[in-house]
Design a protein around this ligand. Structure first.
Ligand SMILES: *Cc1c(COP(=O)(O)O)cnc(C)c1O
Length: 439
């Protein structure tokens, strides 16, 4: 018999365990019901900085960077997951390269002093201005995503050709980018990839350094990447035969899945580390090629679990069939439930409750019936206005996808490390909103 079974009062004071696959590494549940991340009390943080707020546990970001850096590959963080100057500096410190996909992301990275030669520029519709900005900055590589673009890239420039390998990474349609017939990349089967390679090689100011592919996002299995290696190495061999060039880089993109809810499958990084170099070596030997250097581009897998969103409950409404817990954020700080049907969990923070847990809907504050953050959250039935709720795994594609819908200002990003809080991005204000509005 455990102590908790012997003493009901003791059981009551035991905080419910945090699932380590969805919460930041440093998160601790306290007997008071508070949650402490990197030594910082979230209750105090909410009082000091207000809600809603995005919190980022810096040690978790570092740990994820280091897990990837242990692989024999160049790791380029996909900045679209979450980028600000402090994040760019952290990524640089951890020795990663950086993917950007717009002039804004590029300007942010450069302003942080991120080394230009370690930046890759992506985009299926790069504008003249963006290509010129990249050239001015001396960006290391531009990833060619269309035939028309090849003539527009200012030289001298190292480039990769983005290939659509025709592989279904088995993910949501909106983020499946490896399949044929879509807006990204140049088709391998359709021959456009071969045309692009020939065109790049025909421009002496461009140096073709490799191939790129990105299968999509939230992919848990390694097998799609193995198939990508097979197809791209076969294409490298074809290029070697036809043009007499050996390309030194193979970029397998990102898309490594994270767990948003306990029990979700996360990407099998150890499996990837064990299997991919062997497949690469085998395929290259088969075709008589020197293995190219691998580049990986994780975004979500670096930042997602480091982040959480802290909301305050504004009102609780009981209908005949459901309880609606309305918080002070929603669609504007997290559009993913509406975009992809993404699932999340929530946890009561700041007090304990013995009330029975029940399924209820955590809804946002926006003027859309679809603004439902979590349709079936398990929360104590005595949940009430003023309570704090923490939603884990919001470090990637949350702040970067946030909007000011309903003219609701965007939440701050607060970085936590060693018991201290740093404001990386301050809360947007109504004055900020009015600033762009020319009266
Ligand atoms: C979005 C994207 C990534 C990162 O995807 P994650 O799912 O965040 O790992 C990497 N490379 C390219 C080209 C992308 O478009």
């Amino acid at each position: 018999m455990t102590l908790a079974e012997l003493l009901p009062t003791y059981r009551r004071s035991l905080p419910e365990k945090l699932c380590t696959s969805v919460w930041p590494t440093s998160a601790e549940a306290m007997p008071s019901g508070d949650l402490v991340v990197s030594g910082v009390s979230l209750t105090e943080l909410a009082d000091r900085f207000g809600t809603p707020g995005y919190l980022l546990d810096v040690p978790t970001v570092r740990e994820r960077c280091r897990a990837y850096r242990a692989l024999d590959a160049e790791i380029a963080y996909a900045g679209k997951a979450f980028l600000c100057r402090r994040m760019a500096r952290l990524i640089a410190e951890e020795g990663l390269s950086l993917d950007v996909c717009s002039a804004g992301e590029l300007a942010t990275a450069l302003s942080a002093g991120f080394p230009a030669e370690r930046i890759l520029l992506h985009g299926n519709a790069k504008t003249h201005q963006e290509l010129r900005a990249a050239a001015r900055a001396g960006v290391g590589r531009v990833v060619v995503d269309s035939l028309a673009e090849i003539d527009r890239i200012p030289g001298p420039q190292d480039v990769l050709v983005r290939v659509t390998p025709g592989i279904d990474g088995r993910t949501h349609r909106a983020v499946a980018t490896g399949v044929e017939d879509q807006k990204f990349g140049l088709s391998l089967a359709g021959g456009q990839a071969a045309v692009a390679v020939a065109r790049v090689l025909a421009r002496p100011e461009l140096r073709l350094v490799g191939l790129h592919c990105h299968l999509g996002s939230q992919i848990a299995e390694v097998s799609g990447y193995e198939e990508a290696v097979r197809r791209l190495v076969a294409f490298l061999a074809e290029i070697a035969v036809r043009h007499g060039v050996t390309l030194p880089q193979l970029n397998l993109g990102g898309g490594h899945a994270v767990a948003y809810c306990p029990g979700d499958a996360a990407f099998d990084l150890p499996g990837f580390a064990a299997r991919i170099p062997r497949v690469l070596a085998y395929e290259c030997r088969k075709h008589g090629l020197v293995p190219p250097r691998l580049t990986l581009e994780p975004g979500r897998a670096i930042a997602a679990r480091a982040g959480l969103t802290l909301y305050r409950v504004v009102t609780v409404k009981h209908s005949s069939t459901r309880t609606y817990v309305a918080v002070d954020g929603g669609f504007s700080d997290n559009p993913r439930p509406e975009l992809y049907g993404s699932r999340y969990t929530a946890r009561l923070v700041g007090r304990t409750s013995d009330a029975q847990k029940r399924s209820m809907s955590v809804v946002g504050r926006h003027c859309e019936a679809g603004d439902v953050l979590i349709p079936d959250a398990q929360l104590p039935s005595d949940i009430r206005a003023g309570d704090l709720l923490a939603v884990p795994c919001t470090g990637a594609y949350h702040h970067s996808m946030a909007s000011t819908y309903n003219l609701v200002p965007r939440p701050p990003v607060l970085a936590l490390e060693d018991g201290t809080t740093e404001v990386w991005i301050r809360r947007e204000t109504e004055a900020d909103l009015l600033h762009r509005d020319i009266a």
